[in-house]
Design a protein around this ligand. Structure first.
Ligand code: FDA
Length: 299
């Protein structure tokens, strides 16, 4: 990364919200569920699936958690009513994990139970490392009661991930595998992008060996290439895995994957609480952030 990009990625957290909003637009469906439905309809027409996410995380009151739980239930109802090819993604801290673990669990359980009634699926996103153990535990407990209707996420930057996969008990396993986006200490997470990629491929192969259904979440074509090699090596059928990408990122690669005959799901966030999500997206792509800063400085 060049020095300018490095500086930009370090300062993105301080760029004012109105500037971030200009560049956040492509990453977010819009402020309302209606916007997410519209984007999902368009994706479905192009042969892509979606996972809808209402933006909001690290909330500070139980009332907020209940609000987001109700929003998630509404999303599942609207997906069913509109006949969309989509499921739901949610964040444990959005459900109150930082306030009260069992309260958060019960909120997520109610949503997963509703997803089961509608024959749909809930993905529990993975947040920063203070949440990892609890999130994996939530997945284990919910999978017992609602097999096939819940999954979670593993992060390839974490040193622990291959061990977490080895420790998985048998049964329906459903994971999204991504690199990981939070700022973690070196003690817990690899910092070298080469090693993160190696750990991604190593973890993906372990998941395939465990017969897990994997959402291969990446825009890194090197990883897409390696994933295709492993899919072939393990003779996986089309329905036994999917690729996943974020809304607004590398649509060309998205189309290449779909025209290759693979299933692909797009992460479709919507809502008013767009700032933390957008800042993370801009931070991981300093080229866009550089553009944002130049606009801000009138350069
Ligand atoms: P990498 O960051 O190396 O990017 C590869 C290429 O993709 C870049 O060169 C660039 O061209 C392009 N690119 C990547 N990000 C971009 C962006 N924001 N804007 C424009 N171009 C971009 N993380 C997490 O910790 N917990 C989670 O639950 C999830 N969930 C999740 C769902 C889905 C569907 C995806 C795709 C990703 C996540 N992530 C996540 C985020 C993930 O951990 C990771 O930060 C990003 O996917 C970027 O990593 P890549 O594998 O794309 O590689």
């Amino acid at each position: 990364m060049g020095i300018f990009n490095f500086l930009v990625s370090k300062t993105i957290m301080h760029i004012p919200a109105p500037i971030v909003s200009i560049f956040a637009k492509s990453y977010i469906a819009g402020p309302t569920l209606y916007d997410a439905v519209k984007v999902t309809h368009d994706l479905n027409k192009k042969g892509m699936m979606a996972t809808i996410d209402v933006l909001g995380e690290f909330i500070s009151t139980k009332e907020e958690a209940i609000f987001y739980k109700n929003e998630c239930i509404k999303i599942l109802d609207v997906i069913a009513k509109e006949g969309l090819d989509a499921n739901l993604s949610l964040k444990p801290t959005q459900m109150g994990l930082n306030l009260d673990k069992e309260f958060a669990f019960e909120n997520i359980k109610e949503i997963v139970a509703h997803a089961k009634e509608l024959n749909n699926f809930v993905r529990i996103d993975m947040e920063d490392t203070p949440c990892t153990d609890d999130t994996l535990e939530f997945f284990r407990r919910l999978r017992e009661e609602f097999p096939g209707h819940v999954g979670t996420v593993l992060q390839a930057y974490l040193r622990r991930t291959p061990k977490d996969i080895e420790n998985l008990s048998d049964g329906l396993l459903n994971f999204r595998l991504c690199k990981g986006i939070y700022n973690e200490p070196r003690k817990l997470a690899y910092k070298d992008p080469y090693i993160v990629n190696q750990n991604y491929i190593y973890s993906l192969e372990k998941l395939f060996q465990k017969k897990a259904y994997v959402g291969i979440a990446t825009h890194d074509e090197k990883l897409v290439f390696e994933a295709l090699r492993l899919i072939e090596k393990y003779g996986l059928k089309r329905e036994e895995y999917e690729f996943q990408m974020l809304l607004g990122v590398d649509e060309e690669l998205r189309n290449i994957i779909v025209s290759g005959g693979h299933r692909l799901r797009v992460y479709v966030p919507f809502g008013k609480d767009w700032l933390p999500y957008s800042r993370r997206r801009l931070k991981e792509n300093p080229n866009i952030a550089r553009h944002a800063l130049k606009q801000f400085l009138g350069m």
